[in-house]
Design a binder for this molecule. Structure first.
Ligand code: MG
Length: 387
């Protein structure tokens, strides 16, 4: 029996995880659910899954929720803030934590889960970009499994089953290309709604914008390098518009192993929950004859400069990926509120990383410090309008 806490249960991955679990009640029990501000969704989830504890972002929301529990005769412990996330990540009864919050805010709770010897199914790629080596080293030392939920990384994980890491020649990370892969117009004129219209995946706003700039693929390249312990130079990106091949691994003998399925997050989520077992799922069976053709293209690093920024940051290492990630979060928010243009995202991230001097200390605080510095720096660039 897996007893789990889901951090970020109202988001895209969180709700899909709960949907997946609905058909796995004999093997998975929900003990903890954490959301940001989405109390309404949390109330539904409490009724349906009866967790022991929940957490919300603010103290005020926690007070409201406690009142609701009393009125509705619901018994559940209510926590709030970072402490709440950490509480849910470290509950004695829990043996697997699904880290599905968006952004760097997920770092502390993920680290706390690993330290409390919980396996982590990780959907929060920003945490791995920010302090991935630290987390992986800690997990290895404590014998904890970090299980990827991202579809590409789940694919790579499956392609690596039973293989020696030292025999990996390269990882081939597939990308749908996002909404602007074939766009010939001026990217600086892209509107918010154009950028939010992803061709294959329905996801939250942050990751959808990241998919449009291809920063998502840059973050995923770093995530792959961290999770599978290969240098960033061995991670290659290929555009694959059909999103059927979820990624591949090439071995030293020239064999390339791929994982394929129709695009459906149920599969990587379920595999992270049931690993090392496989169980039946409701996903649409793959019919290659019906699909007809699978295409692959080189990504355009000039059109999508965020890819260059990600590889540059990964090569610099230490605190640089954390700085890039934080600046990107600030820029995506600024774009979503109409404060900057689509193409300003890469410009501001670039200017922020160029201004950063890497800190070589390996403590977790140093990554948090770099993250804070970067947010301030990027925010200042936006405020001053000097991109
Ligand atoms: Mg992905």
């Amino acid at each position: 029996m897996k007893r789990i806490s889901i951090l970020g249960s109202s988001g895209s991955i969180g709700t899909q995880t709960l949907e997946t679990i609905s058909s796995m009640k004999e093997i998975v029990k929900i003990d903890g659910l954490a959301v940001g501000n989405n109390i309404k969704i949390l109330q539904h989830q409490i009724k349906k899954f009866k967790p022991r504890a929940v957490s919300v972002k603010s103290v005020l929301a926690a007070v409201k929720l406690k009142k609701w529990c009393k009125t509705n005769n619901v018994r559940v412990a209510v926590y709030s803030g970072q402490e709440g996330l950490i509480k849910l990540a470290t509950m004695t009864s829990v043996n697997l934590v699904v880290a599905a919050v968006v952004g760097a805010v997920g770092l502390n709770s993920t680290v706390a889960a690993v330290k409390a010897k919980k396996d982590v199914a990780i959907a929060n790629k920003e945490t791995l970009v920010m302090a991935g080596n630290y987390i992986m080293e800690l997990a290895a030392k404590l014998g904890i499994k970090i299980l990827p939920v991202d579809s590409e990384h789940s694919a790579i994980f499956q392609c690596c089953n039973g293989e020696k890491k030292s025999q990996i020649k390269k990882i081939i990370l597939t990308a749908s290309g996002g909404p602007f892969y074939k766009y010939k117009g001026d990217l600086s004129k892209i509107t918010i709604s154009q950028a939010l219209d992803h061709p294959t995946w329905k996801m939250g706003n942050k990751i959808t914008i990241d998919s449009a700039t291809l920063m998502n693929k840059g973050l995923e390249a770093i995530e792959a390098s961290v999770l599978f312990d290969v240098p960033i130079e061995k991670v290659e990106i290929v555009i694959h518009p059909q999103s059927i091949v979820h990624s591949m691994v090439e071995y030293v003998d020239g064999s390339v192993i791929a994982q394929l399925s129709n695009p459906d997050m149920t599969l990587p989520i379920q595999y992270a929950l049931t690993y090392p077992k496989r169980i039946g799922s409701k996903i649409k069976p793959l019919n290659l004859a019906e699909i007809g053709k699978l295409e692959f293209y080189k990504p355009d690093f000039n059109k999508f400069p965020c890819l260059n920024l990600a590889y540059f940051s990964a090569k610099k290492g230490y605190t640089m990926p954390a700085v890039m990630n934080a600046a990107n979060e600030i820029c995506v928010n600024a774009f979503l509120r109409g404060a900057i243009k689509f193409t300003d995202i890469a410009k501001i991230v670039k200017n922020t990383i160029l201004a950063h001097k890497v800190l070589k200390d390996k403590s977790i605080n140093v990554f948090i410090k770099a993250d804070t510095w970067s947010r301030d720096y990027a925010n200042n660039l936006i405020k001053k309008g000097t991109l």
